[in-house]
Ligand binder design. Structure first.
Ligand code: SF4
Length: 392
């Protein structure tokens, strides 16, 4: 078994993303060389063979606390035996994606945007993954399926935005990714392209000069990554985010609220502040999805709201993500917003501040909010009806 510990590997290998991916730790024996596995982790690893693949890059494994199984990296990467406790309300496809597939590899749920699932592998197999039914297998989308996906996007003019996901799109070679982005960019109605990736977190060496050189050709392009804990914000990870930002690519972050991993105000504040310092905009804080075997990682919604109230107002608003849950069955994201309105009157609104004070806000006297200039500015243009072209 070749060593995958940082101290035993030459820099040239360690900083080669292909080496990282080809040396992922996937077994109890391999992980036991990095951390002292607890009985629970050993049981979880034994059960995982029939649940969901295990895999973590040597880089991400190097962030694990070797002693404490409560380490946030270990809890995201090493299964717990609780993963085998499948509850009746849990779903294989919690976001209802499989029923919104107008073309292979395409999920079209919202009117003006699609998900394009371009690969089925990742640089980590997260224990909370809501797409565990699709990733980690050996059934990647074929060239013909990707072609069919691009064809669907090209002949559907209401699609303004394409989100590349998977799996992790940055596992594609730079040449293939560049080619795919070029074909999407050539479609006139595609205004924006987004890439969802965890590689800056689990394999930051992937964000090399060649990659950013390819990505920067396809603006407007956005990257959304997935940091869940401040311990993931290493100098290498920060450098990866800065490289993207330096290439003019806005980087956002989607955190999943995970019980016992990041479910404290202090942990979330530290993460969000660290992200901003790394020039990454906290975007979403997700309530955990009802995916098979993840009940032990989900937080009660009222606890999510309490945590959110510990962020809003106490930190720079730029550091506060939207708290949302994905409605089971594919009904879309729903904001979870604690009410700061205590009384909504015609003359006065009573609000609750982040410090808990009750303050009266006087309403304006005029109530008609018509924008008269809309008739001039939008003259001759079709109505912007959200229902127009909506997908069933
Ligand atoms: S990187 Fe994303 S798609 Fe891959 S296992 Fe983690 S959450 Fe799932």
């Amino acid at each position: 078994m070749p060593s995958v510990r940082r101290t035993d590997v030459a820099d040239a290998q360690w900083y080669d993303w292909r080496w990282q991916l080809s040396h992922m730790l996937t077994t109890a024996d391999e992980l036991a060389r990095v951390v002292a596995l607890s009985d629970g982790e050993r049981a979880g690893l034994a059960a995982s063979e029939r649940l969901f693949r295990v895999g973590v890059t040597p880089y991400y494994a190097s962030l694990m606390d070797p002693v404490h199984a409560s380490c946030p990296i270990r809890m995201q990467a090493i299964p717990s035996p609780a993963e085998a406790d499948i509850r009746p309300e849990e779903l294989r496809d919690p976001l209802g994606e499989d029923s919104h597939n107008p073309a292979p590899s395409i999920v079209h749920k919202y009117p003006d945007r699609v998900l394009f699932l371009v690969v089925d592998r990742c640089g980590i197999y997260c224990r909370h993954c809501n797409r565990r039914r699709l990733v980690g297998g050996d059934d990647p989308p074929t060239t013909a399926e990707l072609d069919a996906g691009i064809d669907y996007i090209a002949r559907t003019p209401r699609i303004r935005d394409v989100l590349l996901s998977g799996g992790d799109p940055l596992l594609l070679s730079t040449r293939r990714l560049d080619d795919l982005l070029g074909r999407l960019r050539a479609i006139r109605h595609v205004e924006t392209i987004r890439i969802g990736t965890r590689m800056p977190v689990v394999c930051p060496m992937r964000v090399d000069a060649e990659l950013v050189g390819a990505l920067r050709k396809h603006h407007p392009l956005f990257v959304n990554t997935h940091f869940n804990h401040a311990v993931e914000l290493t100098p290498d990870a920060v450098l990866a985010c800065e490289r993207l930002a330096d290439a003019g690519i806005p980087v956002g972050n989607q955190t999943v609220l995970l019980r016992g991993v990041n479910s404290s105000v202090r942990s979330l504040r530290t993460l969000m502040r660290g992200l901003l310092r790394a020039r990454v905009r906290p975007y979403y804080l997700f309530q955990g999805d009802t995916v098979l075997g993840t009940d032990h990682l989900r937080t009660p919604v009222e606890e999510a709201m309490r945590l959110y109230e510990g962020l809003r107002g106490w930190m720079n608003g730029m550091a506060v993500p939207h708290l949302v849950l994905d409605a089971p069955g594919g009904h879309g994201k729903v904001p979870i917003v604690p009410s700061y309105i205590e009384q909504l009157g015609t003359d006065t609104v009573v609000v609750r501040t982040y410090r808990g004070e009750r303050i009266a806000y006087p309403q304006p006297r005029e109530r008609d909010c018509t924008v008269a200039y809309d008739d001039v500015y939008f003259a001759g243009q079709p109505p912007d009806d959200d229902r127009e072209g909506a997908c069933d």
